[in-house]
Design a protein around this ligand. Structure first.
Ligand code: FRU
Length: 520
Protein backbone atom coordinates (compact mmCIF):
# COMPACT_ATOMS: atom_id res chain seq x y z
CA UNK A 1 0.00 0.00 0.00
CA UNK A 2 2.80 2.40 0.97
CA UNK A 3 4.62 1.44 -2.18
CA UNK A 4 1.57 1.88 -4.38
CA UNK A 5 0.68 5.39 -3.19
CA UNK A 6 4.26 6.75 -3.43
CA UNK A 7 4.57 5.32 -6.91
CA UNK A 8 1.36 7.01 -7.87
CA UNK A 9 2.60 10.44 -6.67
CA UNK A 10 5.97 9.85 -8.30
CA UNK A 11 4.30 9.08 -11.58
CA UNK A 12 2.53 12.40 -11.47
CA UNK A 13 6.06 13.87 -11.50
CA UNK A 14 6.70 17.67 -11.64
CA UNK A 15 9.05 19.42 -9.15
CA UNK A 16 6.25 21.16 -7.26
CA UNK A 17 4.89 17.79 -6.26
CA UNK A 18 8.06 16.81 -4.38
CA UNK A 19 6.90 18.30 -1.11
CA UNK A 20 3.56 16.65 -1.42
CA UNK A 21 5.29 13.36 -2.10
CA UNK A 22 7.48 13.71 1.00
CA UNK A 23 4.47 14.60 3.11
CA UNK A 24 2.58 11.59 1.82
CA UNK A 25 5.50 9.33 2.63
CA UNK A 26 5.83 10.68 6.18
CA UNK A 27 2.09 10.24 6.69
CA UNK A 28 2.08 6.73 5.38
CA UNK A 29 5.12 5.68 7.35
CA UNK A 30 3.57 7.01 10.58
CA UNK A 31 0.27 5.34 9.80
CA UNK A 32 2.08 2.10 9.05
CA UNK A 33 3.99 2.41 12.33
CA UNK A 34 0.76 2.94 14.23
CA UNK A 35 -0.94 -0.11 12.75
CA UNK A 36 2.23 -2.15 13.23
CA UNK A 37 2.38 -1.10 16.88
CA UNK A 38 -1.25 -2.03 17.44
CA UNK A 39 -0.59 -5.40 15.95
CA UNK A 40 1.72 -6.21 18.88
CA UNK A 41 5.15 -5.53 17.39
CA UNK A 42 5.12 -7.03 13.94
CA UNK A 43 1.71 -8.36 13.04
CA UNK A 44 1.52 -11.13 15.61
CA UNK A 45 -1.57 -10.15 17.56
CA UNK A 46 -4.51 -11.48 15.58
CA UNK A 47 -7.13 -13.58 17.39
CA UNK A 48 -5.71 -17.03 18.23
CA UNK A 49 -2.15 -16.02 17.25
CA UNK A 50 0.22 -17.95 19.54
CA UNK A 51 2.52 -15.63 21.46
CA UNK A 52 5.44 -17.90 22.26
CA UNK A 53 5.00 -20.78 19.84
CA UNK A 54 6.42 -20.29 16.38
CA UNK A 55 3.95 -19.55 13.60
CA UNK A 56 4.82 -17.95 10.25
CA UNK A 57 3.86 -14.32 9.82
CA UNK A 58 1.51 -15.37 7.04
CA UNK A 59 0.52 -18.42 4.99
CA UNK A 60 0.56 -22.16 5.51
CA UNK A 61 3.00 -24.35 7.41
CA UNK A 62 3.12 -28.01 8.31
CA UNK A 63 6.09 -30.12 9.45
CA UNK A 64 9.18 -28.63 11.11
CA UNK A 65 12.21 -29.41 8.93
CA UNK A 66 15.98 -29.25 9.29
CA UNK A 67 16.10 -28.46 13.01
CA UNK A 68 19.74 -27.79 13.76
CA UNK A 69 21.88 -25.83 16.21
CA UNK A 70 24.80 -24.01 14.65
CA UNK A 71 27.11 -21.47 16.29
CA UNK A 72 24.63 -20.20 18.87
CA UNK A 73 21.55 -20.23 16.65
CA UNK A 74 18.68 -22.67 16.61
CA UNK A 75 17.40 -23.06 13.05
CA UNK A 76 13.82 -24.01 12.35
CA UNK A 77 12.99 -24.72 8.73
CA UNK A 78 9.40 -25.60 8.04
CA UNK A 79 7.11 -26.89 5.31
CA UNK A 80 5.77 -23.66 3.87
CA UNK A 81 3.52 -22.43 1.09
CA UNK A 82 4.82 -18.94 0.25
CA UNK A 83 1.66 -18.20 -1.73
CA UNK A 84 -1.29 -19.10 0.45
CA UNK A 85 -2.84 -20.46 3.61
CA UNK A 86 -3.53 -23.98 2.39
CA UNK A 87 -1.01 -26.69 1.47
CA UNK A 88 0.76 -26.22 -1.89
CA UNK A 89 3.99 -25.03 -3.58
CA UNK A 90 5.87 -26.62 -0.72
CA UNK A 91 9.12 -24.88 0.12
CA UNK A 92 11.23 -24.51 3.25
CA UNK A 93 10.44 -21.46 5.36
CA UNK A 94 13.14 -20.47 7.84
CA UNK A 95 13.32 -18.96 11.31
CA UNK A 96 16.14 -18.60 13.83
CA UNK A 97 16.24 -18.23 17.58
CA UNK A 98 18.82 -17.99 20.33
CA UNK A 99 16.57 -19.37 23.05
CA UNK A 100 13.86 -21.48 21.32
CA UNK A 101 11.18 -19.00 22.34
CA UNK A 102 11.94 -15.74 20.48
CA UNK A 103 11.95 -16.50 16.76
CA UNK A 104 12.91 -14.33 13.83
CA UNK A 105 11.42 -15.35 10.50
CA UNK A 106 13.88 -15.14 7.60
CA UNK A 107 13.28 -15.35 3.84
CA UNK A 108 12.30 -18.69 2.33
CA UNK A 109 15.36 -20.95 2.34
CA UNK A 110 14.57 -23.53 -0.34
CA UNK A 111 11.98 -22.84 -3.02
CA UNK A 112 9.91 -25.09 -5.21
CA UNK A 113 11.57 -25.05 -8.62
CA UNK A 114 10.80 -26.59 -12.03
CA UNK A 115 7.74 -28.33 -10.64
CA UNK A 116 9.72 -30.00 -7.84
CA UNK A 117 8.40 -29.22 -4.38
CA UNK A 118 10.68 -29.27 -1.33
CA UNK A 119 9.20 -31.77 1.10
CA UNK A 120 10.30 -32.64 4.61
CA UNK A 121 13.94 -33.27 5.49
CA UNK A 122 16.82 -32.39 7.77
CA UNK A 123 19.97 -30.28 8.04
CA UNK A 124 23.39 -31.34 9.24
CA UNK A 125 26.50 -29.37 10.09
CA UNK A 126 29.35 -30.70 7.97
CA UNK A 127 32.31 -30.06 10.27
CA UNK A 128 35.04 -31.86 8.32
CA UNK A 129 33.89 -30.77 4.85
CA UNK A 130 33.01 -34.35 4.00
CA UNK A 131 30.74 -33.03 1.23
CA UNK A 132 33.34 -30.71 -0.28
CA UNK A 133 30.73 -27.92 -0.13
CA UNK A 134 32.31 -25.96 2.76
CA UNK A 135 34.38 -22.85 2.06
CA UNK A 136 37.24 -21.15 3.91
CA UNK A 137 38.07 -24.12 6.14
CA UNK A 138 34.84 -23.58 8.08
CA UNK A 139 31.94 -25.95 8.72
CA UNK A 140 28.91 -25.52 6.48
CA UNK A 141 25.28 -26.58 6.58
CA UNK A 142 23.89 -29.29 4.31
CA UNK A 143 20.14 -29.81 3.84
CA UNK A 144 18.70 -33.15 2.78
CA UNK A 145 15.09 -33.19 1.63
CA UNK A 146 12.57 -35.00 -0.50
CA UNK A 147 11.95 -33.54 -3.94
CA UNK A 148 8.34 -34.17 -4.88
CA UNK A 149 7.20 -34.08 -8.50
CA UNK A 150 3.44 -34.39 -8.86
CA UNK A 151 1.79 -36.86 -11.15
CA UNK A 152 0.92 -35.61 -14.63
CA UNK A 153 -1.24 -37.15 -17.36
CA UNK A 154 1.78 -39.03 -18.67
CA UNK A 155 4.01 -39.55 -15.62
CA UNK A 156 3.40 -40.91 -12.11
CA UNK A 157 4.46 -38.88 -9.06
CA UNK A 158 8.12 -39.14 -8.04
CA UNK A 159 9.84 -38.65 -4.68
CA UNK A 160 13.65 -38.55 -4.48
CA UNK A 161 16.23 -37.39 -1.92
CA UNK A 162 18.18 -34.21 -2.68
CA UNK A 163 20.77 -31.97 -1.06
CA UNK A 164 21.73 -28.28 -0.89
CA UNK A 165 24.39 -26.40 1.05
CA UNK A 166 24.88 -23.07 2.78
CA UNK A 167 28.09 -21.26 3.72
CA UNK A 168 26.36 -18.32 5.40
CA UNK A 169 24.56 -19.80 8.40
CA UNK A 170 21.57 -20.93 6.38
CA UNK A 171 20.80 -17.50 4.91
CA UNK A 172 21.33 -18.65 1.30
CA UNK A 173 21.37 -22.11 -0.21
CA UNK A 174 22.74 -23.72 -3.35
CA UNK A 175 21.09 -26.87 -4.65
CA UNK A 176 23.61 -29.57 -5.58
CA UNK A 177 24.00 -29.97 -9.32
CA UNK A 178 24.09 -33.76 -9.00
CA UNK A 179 20.58 -34.02 -7.48
CA UNK A 180 18.82 -36.31 -6.81
CA UNK A 181 21.25 -38.20 -4.60
CA UNK A 182 18.84 -41.07 -3.99
CA UNK A 183 16.16 -42.23 -6.40
CA UNK A 184 14.22 -45.50 -6.19
CA UNK A 185 11.76 -44.32 -8.86
CA UNK A 186 8.97 -44.42 -6.34
CA UNK A 187 5.97 -42.16 -5.79
CA UNK A 188 6.24 -42.54 -2.00
CA UNK A 189 9.76 -42.45 -0.57
CA UNK A 190 10.31 -39.52 1.74
CA UNK A 191 11.36 -37.46 4.75
CA UNK A 192 15.10 -38.14 5.14
CA UNK A 193 16.48 -37.52 8.61
CA UNK A 194 20.28 -37.51 8.53
CA UNK A 195 22.61 -37.55 11.52
CA UNK A 196 26.30 -38.19 12.17
CA UNK A 197 26.84 -41.68 13.51
CA UNK A 198 29.74 -41.79 15.94
CA UNK A 199 29.83 -45.61 15.74
CA UNK A 200 30.68 -45.81 12.07
CA UNK A 201 31.98 -42.23 11.69
CA UNK A 202 29.67 -41.67 8.76
CA UNK A 203 26.32 -40.12 7.94
CA UNK A 204 23.18 -42.16 8.53
CA UNK A 205 19.82 -41.41 6.93
CA UNK A 206 16.45 -42.72 8.14
CA UNK A 207 13.85 -42.38 5.37
CA UNK A 208 10.30 -43.73 5.02
CA UNK A 209 8.67 -46.10 2.60
CA UNK A 210 5.21 -44.88 3.64
CA UNK A 211 3.04 -47.57 2.07
CA UNK A 212 5.28 -50.47 3.13
CA UNK A 213 5.42 -49.25 6.75
CA UNK A 214 9.17 -49.37 6.66
CA UNK A 215 12.03 -47.11 7.66
CA UNK A 216 15.12 -47.59 5.51
CA UNK A 217 18.58 -46.76 6.81
CA UNK A 218 21.27 -45.55 4.42
CA UNK A 219 24.91 -44.53 5.00
CA UNK A 220 27.19 -42.08 3.31
CA UNK A 221 30.71 -40.69 3.68
CA UNK A 222 30.04 -37.49 1.73
CA UNK A 223 26.24 -36.91 1.83
CA UNK A 224 26.17 -37.45 -1.96
CA UNK A 225 26.55 -41.17 -2.41
CA UNK A 226 24.22 -43.28 -0.28
CA UNK A 227 24.29 -47.03 0.37
CA UNK A 228 21.45 -49.02 1.82
CA UNK A 229 22.22 -50.45 5.25
CA UNK A 230 19.12 -52.03 6.74
CA UNK A 231 15.40 -51.62 7.23
CA UNK A 232 12.89 -51.66 10.06
CA UNK A 233 9.18 -52.48 9.96
CA UNK A 234 6.37 -53.11 9.64
CA UNK A 235 5.78 -52.92 13.41
CA UNK A 236 3.48 -51.15 15.85
CA UNK A 237 0.66 -49.18 14.22
CA UNK A 238 0.40 -49.58 10.44
CA UNK A 239 -3.08 -48.43 9.51
CA UNK A 240 -1.91 -45.33 7.62
CA UNK A 241 1.24 -44.18 5.82
CA UNK A 242 4.53 -44.02 7.69
CA UNK A 243 6.13 -40.56 7.42
CA UNK A 244 8.79 -38.40 9.08
CA UNK A 245 10.96 -41.11 10.65
CA UNK A 246 13.73 -40.19 13.03
CA UNK A 247 16.34 -42.19 14.92
CA UNK A 248 18.04 -40.66 17.96
CA UNK A 249 19.87 -41.70 21.09
CA UNK A 250 18.96 -40.72 24.66
CA UNK A 251 20.37 -41.51 28.09
CA UNK A 252 18.24 -43.77 30.29
CA UNK A 253 17.36 -42.25 33.70
CA UNK A 254 20.16 -39.72 33.29
CA UNK A 255 22.87 -42.42 33.38
CA UNK A 256 25.59 -43.40 30.89
CA UNK A 257 23.33 -46.13 29.58
CA UNK A 258 21.47 -45.21 26.42
CA UNK A 259 18.71 -46.45 24.15
CA UNK A 260 17.73 -45.41 20.65
CA UNK A 261 14.31 -44.06 19.83
CA UNK A 262 12.88 -44.67 16.38
CA UNK A 263 9.99 -42.24 15.96
CA UNK A 264 7.57 -42.59 13.06
CA UNK A 265 4.60 -40.48 11.97
CA UNK A 266 1.37 -42.26 11.05
CA UNK A 267 -1.34 -40.72 8.90
CA UNK A 268 -4.20 -41.52 9.02
CA UNK A 269 -5.06 -44.01 11.74
CA UNK A 270 -3.18 -42.57 14.71
CA UNK A 271 -4.44 -43.17 18.24
CA UNK A 272 -6.66 -40.08 18.39
CA UNK A 273 -7.65 -40.16 14.71
CA UNK A 274 -5.88 -38.61 11.74
CA UNK A 275 -2.15 -37.98 12.13
CA UNK A 276 -0.06 -38.86 15.17
CA UNK A 277 3.26 -40.43 16.08
CA UNK A 278 4.53 -43.66 17.53
CA UNK A 279 7.97 -44.63 18.72
CA UNK A 280 10.03 -47.75 19.23
CA UNK A 281 12.70 -48.15 21.89
CA UNK A 282 15.73 -50.21 21.04
CA UNK A 283 19.39 -50.38 20.14
CA UNK A 284 21.34 -49.20 17.14
CA UNK A 285 24.77 -50.65 16.45
CA UNK A 286 25.59 -48.29 13.60
CA UNK A 287 23.90 -50.60 11.10
CA UNK A 288 20.58 -51.88 12.32
CA UNK A 289 17.86 -50.75 14.71
CA UNK A 290 16.66 -53.51 17.00
CA UNK A 291 13.37 -53.10 18.78
CA UNK A 292 13.57 -53.96 22.49
CA UNK A 293 9.84 -54.67 22.57
CA UNK A 294 7.64 -57.13 20.68
CA UNK A 295 6.76 -55.84 17.19
CA UNK A 296 3.14 -55.28 18.16
CA UNK A 297 3.95 -52.94 21.08
CA UNK A 298 2.73 -49.49 20.10
CA UNK A 299 3.94 -46.46 22.04
CA UNK A 300 2.72 -42.93 21.27
CA UNK A 301 4.84 -39.81 21.62
CA UNK A 302 1.87 -37.55 22.34
CA UNK A 303 -1.72 -38.37 23.28
CA UNK A 304 -3.35 -35.23 21.91
CA UNK A 305 -4.52 -34.69 18.36
CA UNK A 306 -2.06 -31.97 17.44
CA UNK A 307 1.54 -33.07 17.43
CA UNK A 308 2.92 -34.44 14.19
CA UNK A 309 6.22 -34.93 12.37
CA UNK A 310 8.22 -33.83 15.37
CA UNK A 311 11.95 -33.56 14.91
CA UNK A 312 14.91 -33.20 17.27
CA UNK A 313 17.73 -30.70 16.81
CA UNK A 314 20.87 -31.95 15.14
CA UNK A 315 24.26 -30.95 16.48
CA UNK A 316 23.24 -29.76 19.95
CA UNK A 317 26.24 -29.39 22.27
CA UNK A 318 26.36 -32.01 25.04
CA UNK A 319 25.37 -29.34 27.57
CA UNK A 320 21.94 -28.85 25.95
CA UNK A 321 19.27 -31.49 26.57
CA UNK A 322 17.94 -33.16 23.40
CA UNK A 323 15.03 -31.05 22.22
CA UNK A 324 12.13 -31.78 19.90
CA UNK A 325 9.53 -29.62 18.11
CA UNK A 326 6.43 -30.89 16.31
CA UNK A 327 3.80 -29.47 13.99
CA UNK A 328 0.82 -28.52 16.14
CA UNK A 329 -2.06 -29.63 13.92
CA UNK A 330 -3.68 -32.67 12.39
CA UNK A 331 -4.15 -33.53 8.72
CA UNK A 332 -7.85 -34.15 9.44
CA UNK A 333 -8.59 -30.43 9.76
CA UNK A 334 -5.33 -28.50 9.32
CA UNK A 335 -6.70 -26.59 6.33
CA UNK A 336 -9.86 -25.57 8.19
CA UNK A 337 -8.52 -24.06 11.41
CA UNK A 338 -9.94 -20.55 11.88
CA UNK A 339 -6.69 -18.55 11.85
CA UNK A 340 -5.60 -15.79 9.51
CA UNK A 341 -3.35 -14.65 7.85
CA UNK A 342 -1.37 -17.77 8.80
CA UNK A 343 -2.34 -21.39 9.19
CA UNK A 344 -0.22 -23.88 11.14
CA UNK A 345 2.20 -23.53 14.03
CA UNK A 346 4.77 -25.49 15.99
CA UNK A 347 4.48 -27.14 19.40
CA UNK A 348 6.53 -25.94 22.33
CA UNK A 349 10.09 -27.17 22.09
CA UNK A 350 10.32 -30.13 24.48
CA UNK A 351 13.26 -31.51 26.43
CA UNK A 352 13.52 -35.26 26.00
CA UNK A 353 14.59 -38.03 28.34
CA UNK A 354 14.06 -41.76 28.81
CA UNK A 355 12.84 -43.06 32.16
CA UNK A 356 12.36 -46.57 33.41
CA UNK A 357 8.71 -46.91 34.42
CA UNK A 358 6.67 -49.88 35.66
CA UNK A 359 5.74 -50.55 32.01
CA UNK A 360 9.30 -50.30 30.68
CA UNK A 361 11.51 -47.52 29.29
CA UNK A 362 9.42 -44.57 28.12
CA UNK A 363 9.94 -41.18 26.50
CA UNK A 364 9.54 -38.22 28.86
CA UNK A 365 8.88 -34.69 27.57
CA UNK A 366 8.97 -31.35 29.34
CA UNK A 367 8.74 -27.74 28.13
CA UNK A 368 12.11 -26.08 27.54
CA UNK A 369 13.49 -23.94 30.37
CA UNK A 370 13.58 -20.76 28.29
CA UNK A 371 9.84 -20.43 28.81
CA UNK A 372 10.74 -19.34 32.35
CA UNK A 373 12.06 -16.07 30.94
CA UNK A 374 8.55 -15.08 29.84
CA UNK A 375 6.98 -15.57 33.24
CA UNK A 376 5.33 -12.81 35.20
CA UNK A 377 5.16 -13.07 39.02
CA UNK A 378 3.63 -16.35 40.26
CA UNK A 379 0.01 -16.40 41.34
CA UNK A 380 -1.23 -19.01 43.83
CA UNK A 381 -3.77 -21.32 42.20
CA UNK A 382 -7.30 -21.26 43.70
CA UNK A 383 -10.18 -23.56 43.00
CA UNK A 384 -12.00 -20.88 41.05
CA UNK A 385 -10.15 -18.02 39.41
CA UNK A 386 -10.73 -15.50 36.69
CA UNK A 387 -8.29 -13.22 34.93
CA UNK A 388 -5.77 -15.87 33.89
CA UNK A 389 -5.60 -14.34 30.42
CA UNK A 390 -4.95 -16.81 27.66
CA UNK A 391 -1.18 -17.13 27.76
CA UNK A 392 -0.06 -18.90 30.89
CA UNK A 393 1.61 -21.87 32.45
CA UNK A 394 0.42 -23.58 35.60
CA UNK A 395 1.51 -26.41 37.77
CA UNK A 396 -0.77 -28.19 40.18
CA UNK A 397 -0.61 -31.17 42.48
CA UNK A 398 -4.01 -32.70 43.12
CA UNK A 399 -4.42 -35.15 46.05
CA UNK A 400 -7.18 -37.49 44.86
CA UNK A 401 -8.56 -38.51 48.30
CA UNK A 402 -11.96 -40.09 47.64
CA UNK A 403 -12.68 -38.38 44.29
CA UNK A 404 -13.15 -40.62 41.29
CA UNK A 405 -12.44 -37.88 38.85
CA UNK A 406 -10.57 -34.58 39.23
CA UNK A 407 -9.50 -31.86 36.88
CA UNK A 408 -9.27 -28.28 35.78
CA UNK A 409 -11.31 -26.30 33.34
CA UNK A 410 -9.14 -23.76 31.56
CA UNK A 411 -10.13 -20.89 29.25
CA UNK A 412 -13.51 -21.07 30.97
CA UNK A 413 -16.41 -18.66 30.67
CA UNK A 414 -20.19 -19.09 30.47
CA UNK A 415 -20.26 -22.74 29.52
CA UNK A 416 -17.15 -22.58 27.35
CA UNK A 417 -14.14 -24.48 28.68
CA UNK A 418 -11.44 -27.04 27.95
CA UNK A 419 -11.16 -29.66 30.66
CA UNK A 420 -7.98 -31.40 31.69
CA UNK A 421 -8.88 -34.27 33.96
CA UNK A 422 -8.04 -37.63 35.43
CA UNK A 423 -10.47 -40.53 35.73
CA UNK A 424 -9.03 -42.69 38.45
CA UNK A 425 -11.55 -45.51 37.91
CA UNK A 426 -10.43 -45.96 34.32
CA UNK A 427 -6.83 -44.80 34.98
CA UNK A 428 -7.09 -42.20 32.19
CA UNK A 429 -5.83 -38.70 31.70
CA UNK A 430 -7.95 -36.67 29.31
CA UNK A 431 -8.34 -33.32 27.60
CA UNK A 432 -11.86 -32.53 26.47
CA UNK A 433 -12.26 -29.70 23.98
CA UNK A 434 -15.84 -30.42 22.94
CA UNK A 435 -16.92 -27.15 24.66
CA UNK A 436 -13.74 -25.19 24.03
CA UNK A 437 -15.21 -22.45 21.76
CA UNK A 438 -15.05 -22.65 17.97
CA UNK A 439 -15.24 -26.35 17.21
CA UNK A 440 -17.66 -26.58 14.27
CA UNK A 441 -15.19 -26.09 11.40
CA UNK A 442 -14.56 -29.85 11.24
CA UNK A 443 -16.41 -32.90 12.56
CA UNK A 444 -13.04 -34.27 13.71
CA UNK A 445 -12.21 -31.29 15.90
CA UNK A 446 -14.54 -31.50 18.94
CA UNK A 447 -12.98 -34.44 20.76
CA UNK A 448 -11.84 -35.80 24.07
CA UNK A 449 -8.33 -37.22 23.88
CA UNK A 450 -7.32 -39.85 26.41
CA UNK A 451 -4.14 -41.51 27.66
CA UNK A 452 -3.69 -44.43 30.03
CA UNK A 453 -1.87 -43.21 33.14
CA UNK A 454 -1.14 -45.06 36.36
CA UNK A 455 -0.29 -42.77 39.23
CA UNK A 456 2.66 -43.58 41.46
CA UNK A 457 0.89 -42.10 44.48
CA UNK A 458 -2.65 -40.98 45.18
CA UNK A 459 -2.02 -37.57 43.65
CA UNK A 460 -1.70 -36.15 40.18
CA UNK A 461 0.87 -33.66 38.97
CA UNK A 462 -0.10 -31.53 35.99
CA UNK A 463 2.01 -28.99 34.13
CA UNK A 464 -0.07 -27.09 31.64
CA UNK A 465 0.91 -24.49 29.05
CA UNK A 466 -1.79 -22.41 27.36
CA UNK A 467 -0.94 -20.09 24.47
CA UNK A 468 -4.15 -18.60 23.08
CA UNK A 469 -5.05 -21.43 20.71
CA UNK A 470 -3.37 -24.41 22.31
CA UNK A 471 -3.31 -26.44 25.51
CA UNK A 472 -0.26 -28.63 26.14
CA UNK A 473 -0.41 -30.94 29.13
CA UNK A 474 2.63 -32.61 30.67
CA UNK A 475 1.38 -35.03 33.34
CA UNK A 476 3.42 -36.70 36.05
CA UNK A 477 6.62 -34.87 35.14
CA UNK A 478 6.17 -35.47 31.40
CA UNK A 479 5.29 -39.18 31.45
CA UNK A 480 2.22 -38.37 29.37
CA UNK A 481 2.09 -35.42 26.99
CA UNK A 482 -1.13 -34.24 25.39
CA UNK A 483 -1.15 -31.47 22.80
CA UNK A 484 -4.40 -29.97 21.52
CA UNK A 485 -5.45 -26.86 19.65
CA UNK A 486 -8.43 -24.91 21.05
CA UNK A 487 -10.18 -21.80 19.76
CA UNK A 488 -11.73 -20.19 22.83
CA UNK A 489 -13.47 -16.78 22.97
CA UNK A 490 -11.00 -14.00 23.78
CA UNK A 491 -12.63 -13.26 27.14
CA UNK A 492 -12.61 -16.88 28.34
CA UNK A 493 -10.10 -16.46 31.14
CA UNK A 494 -11.42 -18.58 34.02
CA UNK A 495 -9.72 -21.49 35.74
CA UNK A 496 -11.95 -23.88 37.71
CA UNK A 497 -11.16 -26.99 39.66
CA UNK A 498 -13.60 -29.90 39.76
CA UNK A 499 -13.89 -33.20 41.63
CA UNK A 500 -16.54 -35.86 40.96
CA UNK A 501 -17.69 -38.95 42.88
CA UNK A 502 -16.01 -37.87 46.14
CA UNK A 503 -13.77 -35.13 47.41
CA UNK A 504 -10.21 -34.18 46.56
CA UNK A 505 -7.62 -32.82 49.00
CA UNK A 506 -6.29 -29.28 49.01
CA UNK A 507 -4.90 -28.47 45.60
CA UNK A 508 -1.53 -26.75 45.54
CA UNK A 509 -0.13 -24.92 42.58
CA UNK A 510 1.15 -21.81 40.89
CA UNK A 511 0.22 -19.97 37.76
CA UNK A 512 2.40 -17.67 35.72
CA UNK A 513 1.08 -15.45 32.99
CA UNK A 514 3.53 -15.57 30.09
CA UNK A 515 4.60 -12.51 28.14
CA UNK A 516 4.51 -12.44 24.38
CA UNK A 517 7.78 -13.38 22.68
CA UNK A 518 7.02 -11.41 19.52
CA UNK A 519 8.52 -8.06 18.71
CA UNK A 520 10.88 -7.95 21.69
C1 FRU B 1 3.88 -35.07 6.69
C2 FRU B 1 4.13 -34.87 5.20
C3 FRU B 1 5.49 -35.42 4.83
C4 FRU B 1 5.81 -34.66 3.59
C5 FRU B 1 5.23 -33.30 3.90
C6 FRU B 1 4.70 -32.57 2.70
O1 FRU B 1 3.05 -34.13 7.27
O2 FRU B 1 3.11 -35.50 4.47
O3 FRU B 1 5.52 -36.82 4.68
O4 FRU B 1 7.18 -34.62 3.33
O5 FRU B 1 4.19 -33.51 4.83
O6 FRU B 1 4.29 -31.29 3.03
Amino acid sequence: MLYLVSEFVEAKGAGGRKILRRLMNVLLISLGGLLWGQAGGGGYDQPFRPQFHFSPREHWTNDPNGLVYFEGEYHLFFQYNPFGDVWGHMSWGHAVSRDLVHWEELPVALKEENGVMIFTGSVVVDRANSSGFCRGGKPCMVAVWTGHTSETGTKPALQTQNIAYSNDHGRTWTKYSGNPVLNLNMADFRDPKVFWSTQGKRWVMAVALPNDHKVLLYVSADLKKWNRLSEFGPAGATSGQWECPELFELPVDGTQETRWVLKVGLNPGALQGGSGEQYFIGRFDGERFQNDNPAETTLWTDYGKDCYCALTFNDLPKTITPTMIGWMSNWQYARDVPTSPWRGQMTLPRKLALHTTAEGIRLIQQPVNSLLGLREAPIGVHETMTGTGHQFQFTSIIPLDTAQEVGWKVLAKNGTFTSIGYDRVKGLLYVDRTHSGEVGFSKDFPTRTEAPLKLNANRLRLDVVVDRDSVEVFAEGGRVTMTNLVFAPQDADGLEFYAKGGTAGVVAGSLWKLRSAWGK
